[in-house]
Design a protein around this ligand. Sequence first.
Ligand SMILES: C[S@@+](CC[C@H](N)C(=O)[O-])C[C@H]1O[C@@H](n2cnc3c(N)ncnc32)[C@H](O)[C@@H]1O
Length: 272
Amino acid sequence: MIGGRLQIIKECEVETVDKQELKDIIKDRYGRIARGEVAFCCPTCGPTTTDQCLAVGYSAEDLRLVPESAILGVGCGNPTALADLKAGETVLDLGAGAGIDVFLAAHKVGEQGRVIGVDMTADMVSRGRQLAEQHGYRHVAFHLGDAEHLPVEAATVDVVISNCVINLTLDKLASFKEVHRVLRPGGRILIADLVTAGELPPEVRASAAAWADCLAGAMEKEAYLETIRLAGFSEVAVVSESSYEAPGMAEGLRGKILSVKVRGIKGPEAEE
Ligand SMILES: C[S@@+](CC[C@H](N)C(=O)[O-])C[C@H]1O[C@@H](n2cnc3c(N)ncnc32)[C@H](O)[C@@H]1O
């Protein structure tokens, strides 16, 4: 990215787009998914939504627990399985989509707890709100907002989870700093995301479509972990990692995309 602008391939032509244009492309992609106009986000997705969810770590029981329309098959992990959520905790799901992880977290924290889903795509937020209302999840809220400017008060959240979202953000450090800001001292993160191992082909890095597919914006693994530390987190560690392969994935990408689940802690003495 040079001076806030990116060389990007849009509609098969190399163009220079600014950050807002790229965000609009991402919102358009996920808006169409939220409205049910297209089934999946990525060529990395499996043949059915259920297959894709089982492949990234959800159990059949998890999928039975949540409203069916919250399951879009666009995640790359199951953060609630690894976040050690406890009754009464306040959880923020960053880039919540239609709320699969919001609803799973809601079951784990119970009615004494609270779960907030934030997403920058208006149709995702509407779909999540509608499902919460229809299925009686009274301790759940969905807010429209950007990872770089979270619509959440400082030091009010116990756990931030996220599933295949930070790779889509344009400023990863700003996003992790926001996550740090909203956590209480001693709070924790459990982030599922795609990162890279080795150089991606330049035509992939330069593709707006590949960015929206969760690929072009993915950071190299060590740089990603360092970004989380730079945002103020300690005890940053990869809890689990696997190669991310999918039918139809370009040959030049094989073995270079990793699905990681990362934890970290906001130190008890952390200052805002
Ligand atoms: C791959 S989908 C994952 C959705 C959800 N976490 C799931 O697993 O079903 C990525 C989501 O992140 C949202 N998103 C992308 N960039 C964002 C940003 N900068 N701030 C907030 N949400 C963002 C998109 O609108 C989309 O709903």
